[in-house]
Ligand binder design. Sequence first.
Ligand code: BT5
Length: 325
Amino acid sequence: MNKPDKEEQILNLLKAAREDYISGEALSKKFGVTRASIWKNIHALMKQGYGIERRPNTGYKLISSPDKVLPAEIREGLETEYIGRELYCFNEAGSTNEIAMKLAEGAVTEGTVVIAEKQTAGKGRLGRKWLSPAGAGLWFSIILKPKISPQHSAKLTFVAGLAVLDAIRTVSGLQAGLKWPNDLLVNGKKVCGILTEIKSGPDIINYQVLGIGINVNISEKEFPEALRATATSLAQEAKKEVARLRLLKEILKNIETGYEVFKKEGFKQFLIRWKEHSVTLNRKVKVAGLLESWEGLALDIDEDCALIVRLDSGEKKRVLSGDVS
Ligand code: BT5
């Protein structure tokens, strides 16, 4: 599933041939295998949803590609060096974050992406559930190995949030806002949530997984009643379908660029931009932490991504994690 295998190479040849047919014989010669073996690969591609015409004495021609998060579709036109070059694509998975955290324990390269058409156990923070229906969203996780201490990991969630915000604007024209600490909203409703998980020693991170969930083409009725007031999708807000694969590739490119800048130049410029696009600041908020909650004015976000709230008593509270409403 990682490096282009024979099946993906055949697909790429068919794509390159465009309107022309490629004969089974030519393919079998190229790969040094029997024509029956080539047919097996073609059949497997058709099962994934590729439309392939098979004409006797002529060969194979690609008619259509599925709108699915498949390795060849993600790699085609992907403008990154290392993010998304190693791919684990699933039709159905429990949670891509869980899979990525397990993979990261082994010899996996930085930038590996785990993605699923559908998650059956998609998760948010604190074990909350993340709705991830088939075919209509982007549910994926990126494995990074930054040489940073665990306290700095939230900064990469901010870098990723900005990368998604820019990609949404480029691909759908929608202007999203950032809600502290990890949400993107469009017209006041949540379109994206980011779940960052790390494995770390006391001083330095072993690896960090950025789990990103985006409601792309989910219709209103696909959301359960309980979420309709707070959740939306890009298609609902843009009033048209949004190209899921293009959005994914734009995000991967933006995250790679952002990550490189973060490593070279630090967090400062990201924090400035994040605040510019924040929908949390300068508002009366209620912040629910794990044990306590506070009400007051959201004043600022500091360089550790903590939210500074001025309580009605005038006291300033520094909140590192929690939920804002
Ligand atoms: C988040 O948590 O917003 C992080 C979501 C991360 C999901 C991605 S998908 C790929 C990767 N693999 C995973 O298993 N997870 C990541 P939190 O801030 O705790 O928000 C969770 C809350 O958002 C839930 O309790 C619901 O109220 C709401 N919610 C659930 N599904 C939603 C959806 N699809 N769209 C909008 N809101 C949703």
